[in-house]
Design a protein. Structure first.
Length: 389
């Protein structure tokens, strides 16, 4: 049995995905395919490194040394063709924590921040939680594919102080093209809007696709951009809390570092450090196999959800992430009824599309980062439920 076929019992491991079903769905009787972590073990090299570190048995304060920084710069260059310097790096427990710090650093209360909706739910809290205002550039769905309304994008840039980019985009699965990124970046430069680019899914793109870090496009764009990355989504390390920030502009980097230190978020924990290094040094083969597994899961789920329901469900064409964005509009249910239907009739725990903004209604987000057997069970439950209507 392959490493991506084995089913692991995650119940009673303090797993958000598996042990929070009752609080989230009001029942334990659903198959959890929601929160974005994987039901796969991390690469063996990572587990071996963590075991060796645990065997040492001392967990004092840990430094982020040159070897760790080099593993990051090598990874970014080898996987994304972007040459960065070690001194461009800052560190924090996670990308969301970093976004909170960045919003506090580069905007003031009542400033406006642009997002492209529907979008990753914490973006809303990151902005509104610090008394900033959300401005929306709504993504346009046409022919089962999301596009940017650039006329609206530029118009909105005239009133905002920051643009929060999700690249690749969660939940719609777009891997933005170099041309799209270039156009967004040039407009941000034109209107002097800082780019806060969440690129946590950068490594999780499907074969044939290419992730381009927006800051890699030119020195001027890099000067205007703060990039947030992490091995956490890539290698299923979210619980170890290790992420990094890439900032070419020295003044911006110093300002952000000062804010990180104020909040006590400027170092990594011992195990996060260990896992990050092992993953980037030894995880590439594992990742390449994972990407193929995710593509197979996507193809399987897409075909069956559409064909076996007679077109009542439509899956949005996705280029990256391990998340499936399912259009349920033909079921003619409001968001409350749709969520109830998936829980009580299909008995599958999905993320409600409306949670990503009103533009996400009536969609559901499905996590495919699990063994094929679980994907098959989840898809079968949804198909059977839809066909009872």
């Amino acid at each position: 049995m392959g490493i991506f076929e084995e089913i692991h019992d995650r119940k009673n491991t303090r797993s958000v995905k598996w042990d929070m079903l009752k609080p989230v769905f009001q029942t334990d009787d659903v198959l959890p395919m929601w929160v974005a972590d994987m039901d796969f073990k991390a690469p063996q090299a990572v587990n071996d490194a963590l075991k060796a570190r645990a065997d040492h048995g001392i967990y004092g304060y840990t430094i982020i040394d040159e070897d760790i920084k080099k593993s990051i710069t090598n990874w970014v260059e080898n996987r994304h063709n972007w040459t960065i310097k070690q001194d461009w790096l800052s560190f924090s427990p996670g990308v969301v924590a970093s976004l909170h710090m960045a919003v506090q650093t580069f905007t003031k209360p009542h400033d406006k921040v642009l997002i492209q909706t529907p979008v990753y739910t914490p973006f809303y809290k990151v902005i509104e939680g610090h008394d900033r205002q959300i401005v929306k550039n709504k993504l346009q769905l046409k022919d089962n594919y999301y596009h940017i309304d650039f006329a609206d994008f530029e118009e909105k840039l005239k009133e905002v102080q920051a643009f929060m980019l999700c690249s690749p985009h969660n939940p719609v699965g777009r891997v933005w093209t170099e041309e799209e990124l270039q156009k967004m970046a040039e407009l941000c430069l034109k209107h002097d809007v800082i780019i806060l680019s969440d690129e946590i899914h950068a490594d999780l793109i499907y074969p044939g696709q290419k992730h381009v870090p927006i800051a890699s496009l030119s020195a001027d764009i890099a000067n205007q951009t703060i990039t947030f990355m992490s091995p956490s989504k890539t290698f299923n390390l979210a619980g170890l809390q290790a992420s990094y920030i890439i900032t070419a502009n020295e003044d911006k980097r110093n300002a952000l570092s000062e804010q990180l230190e104020k909040q006590g978020h400027h170092m990594l924990n011992t195990m996060g450090n260990t896992a990050l290094y092992a993953a980037y040094e030894h995880g590439e083969e594992w990742l390449d196999e994972l990407r193929n597994v995710l593509k197979e899961n996507q193809d399987y789920a897409t075909e069956l959800l559409e064909e076996k329901t007679g077109g009542k469900l439509q899956v949005i064409r996705s280029e990256g992430t391990y998340l499936l964005w399912i259009d349920c509009s033909k079921l003619n249910m409001d968001k409350t009824a749709l969520k109830k239907f998936m829980i009580e009739t299909a008995k599958v725990g999905l993320n409600a599309g409306a949670d990503y903004g009103e533009e996400g209604d009536p969609f559901m987000r499905m996590n495919l980062a699990c063994p094929k057997q679980i994907v098959e069970e989840g898809v079968d439950r949804i198909v059977k439920a839809v066909n009872t209507l």
